[in-house]
Design a protein around this ligand. Sequence first.
Ligand SMILES: Cc1cc2nc3c(=O)[nH]c(=O)nc-3n(C[C@H](O)[C@H](O)[C@H](O)COP(=O)(O)O)c2cc1C
Length: 133
Amino acid sequence: MSGIEKVCQFLEEAGTYYLATVEGDQPRVRPFGTVLIFEGKLYIQTGKSKPVSRQLAANPKAEICAFRNGEWLRVSGELVNDDRREPKAAMLEKMPSLKAMYSADDDNTQVLFFRNATAVFASFTAAPETVSF
Ligand SMILES: Cc1cc2nc3c(=O)[nH]c(=O)nc-3n(C[C@H](O)[C@H](O)[C@H](O)COP(=O)(O)O)c2cc1C
């Protein structure tokens, strides 16, 4: 399994991860759950109407953190907007519960992928493992 696939699987198994953005000099963090590998990139999904979307438009730097089975994962990098229909449709197909609120053709659905990402798997018992994508 490649590094990015390990990251995606960890986030899927954790179920919930926490996405941090910056607003001016203030960190903002909230729970997220959407994750998908599309065309070899790691995507998340949100709504353009949310503050998180506005924060990422102003400053794409972001970090996510998740915990699962005594291990934690942090992914830091930039989240880049992708307005194509294909990754939005793929995200909604993977996570059909989103279809209650979003569609690939609405003006709100947004998918973003990680660029210049560094992911670190860590635990109290083993040396950290770093992957980049
Ligand atoms: C378990 C869980 C998972 C969530 N996953 C997402 C998600 O993947 N995308 C999203 O936009 N909102 C998700 N939400 C909702 C956001 O946390 C919520 O809209 C939050 O207020 C967005 O941050 P903001 O207010 O700073 O924009 C999730 C909420 C919970 C409780």
